[in-house]
Design a protein around this ligand. Structure first.
Ligand code: CA
Length: 444
């Protein structure tokens, strides 16, 4: 079900792009994630690139250099586009052929070095766009420690609703307001109402928060009415990217009943530029099981491969830098550090199997958000709602400021990486966004 290890994962491989060999790079030759980019400030066409060290390999330029052949050539041709959707639609054998070719072309001693040197653009000069045309976005809620902590704030005695351990909870989100990492996000206006307020107020959210998530991007889709069995689910996933699904915690409680969150969630979600492929993640798979005493997944959410390697061992961090910290030259503060494996109650394969079990069709480029990934321990929380206990225990910043929720000018940066004995460390790049003031409310 998951991708097997092959020569592209060999930890001893090095690249002729020297920065890819630095021990702490997110983008060694074993990673090879995809993004859509152009030179910053230019009117160049958007195009697909692959990260190698501190450079982006321009795939269109590489195709023009004539370095590919066979299945890799066909896959690279599909990546000569302004989004990844056509490549995503091709499926795992094509992605794998392209990855193998890229690995061989970028290796130390590769004959193609001279022909590819002109196809490299420094990441410091790149501006990114969304990696895919995201037709549909689904937001799951697989972080059980997050769901428990949030539930406790509303229902201290019964934090998890009875369906949680049976159904991968999700709802259909908003795709139009998903932006690429680095794009500022505006604080939303909306209705808020406290328990003691006679009537709701309208204005800027005062409890704006981030949500640390991993987003899974769909590869080949399925026909309407034809579910994807769990054993084949991962063949329908192209890769994963960091995802900040911003939330307005004060707008949500008033508006979400009976149909679910609306303005509290639809003002913006930030997807990182770099998509790490499922094949690159192959060395970092982990067994999956529900804790002893919890219900076993129903048969359509269970298969041997999902049990033996459905999990993902991904370290996750959130960093914050306020405007004042930035002006004073103070480095961002790390707010949390957790791991996907501990945070997630369901696997990516289970999300695909459940999403399509009723017949719903997925399309290439669709996005499945994991939901906030909080670990079980202190300092592993994927949101301020949990870290500050609903704003009642604010975090002290090195600038002397404190934060219960986000302030205008705050930059939130998500980071993630995989590290394991016998494998080369790979990273996801950063997913950052700065909060802008809410739009002015027009007078009546
Ligand atoms: Ca979410």
């Amino acid at each position: 079900m998951t991708m097997p290890l092959n020569e592209t994962h060999d930890p001893s491989l090095t690249s002729w792009v020297a920065s890819a060999n630095a021990a702490d790079t997110d983008f060694p030759i074993q990673n090879l994630p995809f993004a859509v980019f152009r030179r910053r400030g230019s009117a160049e066409a958007l195009r697909v690139g692959v990260a190698i060290g501190e450079q982006v390999l321009d795939l269109t330029a590489a195709v023009q250099a004539g370095v590919f052949d066979g299945a890799a050539q066909r896959a690279a041709q599909a990546a000569c586009a302004d989004r990844l959707n056509a490549l995503m639609a091709l499926g795992a054998p094509a992605w794998s052929a392209l990855r193998l070719a890229l690995s061989r072309l970028l290796r130390t001693g590769a004959a193609a070095q001279a022909r590819l040197a002109g196809a490299l653009v420094p990441q410091a000069e790149a501006a990114y766009a969304l990696p895919a045309r995201i037709g549909d976005y689904t937001d799951f809620y697989i972080g059980i420690h997050h769901a428990t902590a949030v539930g406790k704030q509303f229902r201290p005695d019964n934090p998890l609703l009875p369906n949680y351990k049976w159904v991968p909870i999700g709802y259909h989100g908003r795709a139009s307001s998903i932006v690429v990492g680095g794009t500022p996000v505006r604080r939303p206006n909306g209705q808020t109402k406290g328990p003691a307020d006679e009537q709701p107020a309208f204005g800027p959210s005062r409890r704006m928060d981030y949500e640390l998530e991993l987003g899974f991007l769909v590869g080949p889709g399925n026909a309407l009415g034809e579910p994807i069995p769990i054993a084949r689910a991962e063949q329908h996933l192209f890769g994963a990217a960091l995802f900040n699904d911003w939330s307005a915690r004060d707008i949500q409680p008033w508006e979400y009943q009976p149909l679910g969150p609306f303005l509290s969630k639809n003002f913006g979600s930030t997807l990182a530029p770099w998509v790490v492929t499922m094949e690159a993640l192959a060395p970092f798979r982990a067994p999956f099981a529900h804790p002893a005493g919890d219900p076993a997944p129903l048969p359509y959410l269970d298969c041997p491969a999902n049990r033996s390697q459905g999990g993902l061992d991904v370290h996750l961090e959130v960093w914050l830098q306020s405007a004042r910290m930035r002006e004073a030259g103070q480095a961002p503060l790390r707010l949390s550090h957790g791991n996907m494996r501990e945070a997630a109650y369901w696997t990516a394969a289970q999300l695909v199997a459940h999403h399509t079990a009723g017949g719903c069709n997925l399309n290439p480029g669709d996005l499945l958000g994991s939901g906030t990934l909080s670990g079980p321990g202190a300092g592993q929380n994927g949101s301020l709602l949990e870290l500050t206990r609903g704003g009642t225990e604010p975090i002290a910043l090195p600038s002397g400021e404190s934060r219960g929720f986000l302030a205008d000018g705050d930059t939130v940066e998500l980071r993630a990486w995989c590290e394991r004995a016998g494998a080369r460390r790979i990273g996801f790049g950063a997913c950052s966004g700065t909060v802008l003031p809410a739009p002015a409310v027009a007078a009546a």
